[in-house]
Design a protein around this ligand. Structure first.
Ligand code: CP
Length: 336
């Protein structure tokens, strides 16, 4: 099932008045719309025979990954390359971190090689905020502990925007290990900024103890339920989350089988909800949060999410490098 082009309103701002992307908790609907609109334009670039533009030639992006990653790391690398930026790759394993070098020292040494943007994935919540206080480079969070994963949420929003004409009133259920999920937190902030209705669903042990921690000032609290049927009733998008065993200090449910029986999305759910779309940030545990047949079903748009991740990360790199401002409007002509 391919995406149909849908006309969305033009964003009301032209450029981001921000230095960093650390999380979505304070991002406005206008800022999010600008990123999505810019990503749509880059998606067109990616469909060209030569999917590359010179827009960020001379810019250097450092990729600092202190945790494993497939999708985020590779799509940021590809996004930088499609924009003609240079990249510096860093993984914790094989680096001087094993010799005792701190995050701050590591990052400052990499910045001393003249990097303009730093993409950071780190197990500690707040690590990107810490670097933003100590580096001149623009910092982009690629996921910090169980805190936020803003570019994942933005690519999820981009994917939903390709399927629905408006976020106003869109009903999205986020299902699974919500309490430990940085993806859930960033999605709640983004979805609710745009007017979607969000239900969080999972075993009571996996729901946030203080759902108000997912709230934005001035917006109503999120709805929570431990009944999957209740969450899927009238729902437009079911976003399943991976069970994050690595972030659980003790088992939060009796067995994976029992979890699947109560919270796994199955073919039967798709048959009962003929318009329901299924999303997942990956990596998927087949047979746990999603029945294997659901992963491969045409209404599972998981690979669209991955495809959109490249254009979305191009948009984030471009806008945080100053794109949209007067200086870059000439550069834009090179790919418009
Ligand atoms: N969704 C996501 O963050 O995947 P990776 O861990 O593979 O980057």
């Amino acid at each position: 099932m391919s995406e149909e082009p849908i006309e969305h309103p033009q964003p009301s701002i032209q450029n981001l008045d921000r230095r960093h992307l650390l999380g979505l908790s304070s991002w406005s609907a206008a800022e999010i719309r600008l990123v999505l609109q810019t990503a749509r334009r880059f998606r067109e670039v990616l469909e060209r025979p030569i999917p590359q533009v010179p827009t960020l030639r001379g810019t250097t992006v450092a990729m600092l990954f202190f945790e494993p990653s497939t999708r985020t790391k590779l799509s940021f690398q590809l996004a930088a390359s499609r924009l003609s930026a240079s990249t510096l790759g860093f993984s914790k394993s094989g680096s001087s971190v094993s010799k005792g070098e701190t995050l701050k020292d590591t990052a400052q040494n990499i910045e001393a090689m003249k990097t303009d943007l730093v993409v950071l994935r780190h197990p500690s919540p707040g690590a990107p905020h810490f670097l933003a206080r100590h580096l001149d480079a623009a910092i982009i969070s690629a996921g910090d502990g169980a805190h936020e994963h803003p570019t994942q949420a933005l690519l999820d929003l981009l994917t939903m925007a390709g399927r629905f004409e408006t976020f106003e009133g869109l009903r999205v259920a986020i299902i699974g290990d919500v309490a430990h999920s940085r993806v859930a937190r960033s999605n709640v902030f983004g979805l609710r900024a745009l007017g979607a209705k969000v239900t969080l669903c999972g075993p009571p042990t996996m729901l946030p103890p203080r759902p108000e921690g997912f709230s934005r000032e001035g917006l109503p609290d999120v709805r929570t339920t431990s009944a999957l049927g209740d969450a899927l009733d009238g729902c437009d998008v079911a976003m399943a989350l991976r069970i994050q065993l690595e972030r659980q200090d003790e088992p939060l449910f009796p067995s994976l089988r029992e979890y699947h029986d109560r919270f796994g999305i199955t073919r039967a759910h798709l048959d009962a909800h003929p318009d329901l779309l299924v999303m997942h940030p990956g990596p998927v545990n087949r047979g746990v949060e999603l029945e294997s047949a659901v992963v491969d079903h045409e209404r599972a748009i998981i690979l669209d999410q991955v495809t959109n991740g490249v254009a979305l990360r191009m948009a984030v790199l471009y806008l945080l490098a100053g794109g949209g401002g007067a200086e870059n409007q000439a550069a834009e002509k090179s790919w418009a």
